[in-house]
Design a binder for this molecule. Structure first.
Ligand SMILES: Nc1ncnc2c1ncn2[C@@H]1O[C@H](COP(=O)(O)OP(=O)(O)OP(=O)(O)O)[C@@H](O)[C@H]1O
Length: 741
């Protein structure tokens, strides 16, 4: 009430009475500067309506200008994105609050909040209700604060105690609301993370995307870290940002309305101008936090993957005694990360100081001045009396207690409003960080989407960008073509299919061969000539760059590598992988059947040794190299596919076990496609595909006996040549030694 009167006196609806009273008072003022001030006040009171209208018009124009600026920014961004250098430019500048940010957020929010009536919307509504309630409580507390201090200066003990009791009563809903807000925010972050992670897992674990991202595409180096860490950070940041934006926005709105009532729209406008200008300066001086956050994540990822490599290859590294080299690599990665974090900390020291100064002290001082204005203005010499005369009883009601109440309430509201603005300022930094996370997560989704539809970005080693664009270049020509894969009932056939590595090396220009069921194929050739690569094309891991691949469905083809994969799970799971226990039951296979299979590969004793079918171990360490290969063969016998790709999968088992395995496989009617250098296996095959390592190959029928004889002859010749070479070398050495004397 008193505040409203003060407001009326200085900025409220002017009456002619007040006007003339003030005017008279001005004429009576002795001090020159006070006279100027009072003249301004009189001028203001006279044109108060126009001033108010101008302020509203200014606010309106300000909003229009903001919208115009956003539209201009979006148009500029669109043009930038359309030009070829747009992506690179953005990468250089880092994450920003631009059109791309809004598009990234739109895409991610659609995944994080799947619908209007989803659980997430419910949590958001609950969150909003709690935020509104908390703001309401803050306003009540501000008024209560003023009331308590006012009763204190008036020495009204009863009112004072009632005020304290009310204050304590407010604590219950206030603390409950705060605690619930924290809970709801955590729930929201978990829901966001769950939805995003499920979405990413669906994309990552479909269409061999997990393979292609690591092998055929260069854009993502550490998908594991992006999925496990970056999605979590983005989800937490998104849940936090809602609270950090919604609450201060609402606070600022509510408190400003309250303040406009008690201080007048003009003072509030003045404060807003100061806030706008100083926050503009702060934004201008802010370091590129988004870019820094994204860079930090990348460096964290590199450190993480170096540690993962150490764990994965611990045995080999330990046997090589490579710990010093590995330590250097890890330390180097760690120091890069630490240097970067230090840089962020240093930038933060300066920026936090500036931010604190502006937000806490500068804005605080402006607020204090605004609160004090009604009090001091009323104490202009003679003003109180002049206005009191004009208004009759108004000024007489004014007293110390009322002043204190309005000052304390206004001060508290202003502090809260300044705190709200401050939090909005701090959240600018958080939004920029969110933009960094959003960019990494949308980048992940984009790469997954493109890779799963066959679009890869990979640096072609030995093939420059210009070369790959040159249509006359034969290799570039092959890489830019597309072949087809046709599902056949029985046969495996390659018709004019080039074998091209992900780096763009053409290993074979046109591969042709045809295998029918029951006709086994042996594949031989020097290292790196493309033997396994042919299987990768057959398995659909590498693209078909030309010709036609005819093959049965993938469920009919089973792959056994040299180093078998052992999944996490029980001993049983090792045999039936990728089936699970339920699949096994649906095939009416029992543990006794599995034991029979293990007997074939002479591994039945491990069931007892390892503690039964249900025992779970780190199988990679628990089993020897030969055991692992025998488990892989047992897996083949459990699945009984139509075709088996055997990629040097018996290199660690003895010849007699290998013989038993091959005999059993052929007896089961499995057609074998084998890569092996062992001549003992030739007898099990009908065709041979021989690579010469120069891009050529020979596909022919295999006569094992003749081949073995030829190979023995060749080996004998090679041994003789080596012996001659050795003898010549020894003679030369002796001659050189003799020359010394
Ligand atoms: N993921 C990959 N990315 C890039 N290049 C690859 C990739 N996998 C294989 N290559 C390259 O393709 C070529 C053929 O590899 P492949 O594994 O088919 O050889 P291989 O004939 O099976 O050799 P080995 O007998 O040594 O196993 C090699 O030069 C290899 O470096």
């Amino acid at each position: 009430m008193v505040a409203a009167v003060n407001h009326d006196l200085l900025f409220g609806a002017a009456t002619d009475k007040i006007h003339s009273a003030l005017y008279k008072h001005v004429l009576s003022l002795k001090h020159k500067h006070l006279a100027v001030l009072a003249k301004v006040a009189v001028l203001y009171v006279k044109h108060q309506k126009t001033v108010k209208r101008s302020i509203v018009a200014l606010i309106f124009l300000g909003i229009i200008e903001r919208i115009h600026r956003i539209v201009r920014l979006m148009t500029a961004e669109r043009k930038l994105a359309a030009s070829s250098g747009g992506g690179k430019e953005r990468t250089r500048r880092g994450a920003q609050l631009d059109k791309q940010f809004f598009e990234n957020m739109k895409q991610l929010i659609a995944i994080a909040i799947p619908g209007l009536f989803s659980k997430e919307t419910g949590i958001l509504v609950a969150h909003t209700v709690l935020l509104v309630f908390r703001t309401f409580l803050s306003v009540v507390v501000a008024s209560l604060d003023g009331q308590i201090v006012s009763s204190l200066v008036r020495l009204q003990g009863r009112e004072f105690l009632t005020g304290i009791a009310k204050w304590m009563a407010m604590a219950v809903p206030a603390t409950l609301t705060n605690s619930l807000l924290n809970y709801v925010q955590t729930m929201l972050a978990i829901r966001f993370r769950q939805n995003l992670t499920e979405h990413v897992h669906r994309m990552y674990l479909a269409n061999n995307t997990y393979y292609a991202v690591g092998n055929l595409d260069d854009r993502i180096k550490n998908a594991d870290q992006l999925i496990a860490v970056d999605i979590t950070k983005f989800s937490n940041s998104l849940a936090e940002i809602y609270s950090n934006l919604a609450k201060p926005t609402m606070d600022a709105f509510v408190y400003n309305i309250q303040l406009a009532k008690s201080l007048g729209i003009e003072s509030l406008f003045g404060i807003m101008v100061i806030v706008q200008m100083s926050s503009g300066i702060l934004r201008f001086l802010a370091p590129p936090f988004g870019q820094l956050a994204a860079q930090e994540q990348r460096l964290e990822g590199e450190l993480y993957s170096t540690h993962s490599r150490l764990i994965e290859h611990a045995e080999e590294i330990a046997l090589y005694r490579g710990h010093e080299t590995e330590k250097q690599t890890i330390t180097h990665k760690y120091l890069r990360l630490v240097r970067h974090i230090n840089r962020i900390c240093r930038l933060n020291v300066f920026y936090n100081m500036l931010e604190d100064f502006v937000v806490k002290y500068f804005w605080g001082a402006a607020g204090l001045a605004a609160c004090a204005m009604p009090v001091f203005a009323e104490r202009l010499p003679g003003a109180k009396r002049a206005v009191a005369e004009a208004l009759g009883s108004a000024a007489t009601r004014s007293n110390v207690g009322a002043h204190t109440k309005s000052f304390v309430t206004n001060r508290r509201l202003l502090l809260s409003a300044s705190d709200a603005f401050g939090r909005l300022m701090y959240s600018y930094k958080e939004i920029i960080e969110l933009a960094g996370y959003a960019e990494r997560v949308t980048g992940l989704l984009t790469v997954f989407g493109e890779v799963s539809s066959g679009k890869y970005v990979k640096e072609r080693v030995g093939m420059s960008a210009e070369k790959s664009l040159n249509p006359d270049d034969a290799e570039a020509d092959i890489v830019n073509q597309r072949g087809e894969t046709v599902e056949s009932l029985d046969d495996v056939e390659f018709i004019d299919v080039p074998i091209v590595s992900p780096n763009g090396d053409v290993l074979v220009h046109k591969l042709n061969f045809h295998v029918k069921p029951g006709r086994h194929l042996l594949i031989v050739g020097p290292n790196g000539c493309g033997k396994s690569s042919m299987f990768r094309i057959l398995g659909g891991l590498w693209p078909v760059y030309g010709g036609t691949v005819r093959k049965p469905s993938m469920s009919q083809i089973f792959y056994i590598p040299q180093r078998p994969y052992l999944p996490i799970g029980t001993l049983r799971d090792q045999i039936i992988y990728p089936d699970c226990a339920a699949d096994m039951a649906s095939k009416s296979t029992t543990d006794a059947d599995l034991l029979e299979i293990l007997k074939v590969v002479q591994l039945n004793h491990i069931v007892e040794r390892e503690g039964g079918w249900d025992s779970v171990k780190a199988w990679r360490d628990a089993l020897s190299g030969g055991d692992k290969q025998r488990i892989a063969m047992a897996r083949l016998f459990y699945h009984r596919p139509r075709y088996a790709i055997m990629d040097e999968c018996t290199s660690a088992v003895s010849m007699d076990i290998e013989r038993i395995m091959y005999t059993h496989a052929t007896n089961l009617g499995i057609t074998l496609l084998t890569v092996s250098h062992r001549q003992s296996l030739w007898v099990y095959h009908n065709y041979i595909l021989q690579y010469d390592g120069q891009g050529g190959y020979l596909f022919s029928k295999l006569d094992p006996e003749r081949r073995i004889a030829l190979m023995e002859e060749k080996q004998q010749i090679e041994q003789e040549l080596t012996a001659i070479g050795d003898m010549e070398a020894r003679l030369k050495a002796m001659e050189a030694e003799a020359a010394l004397y």
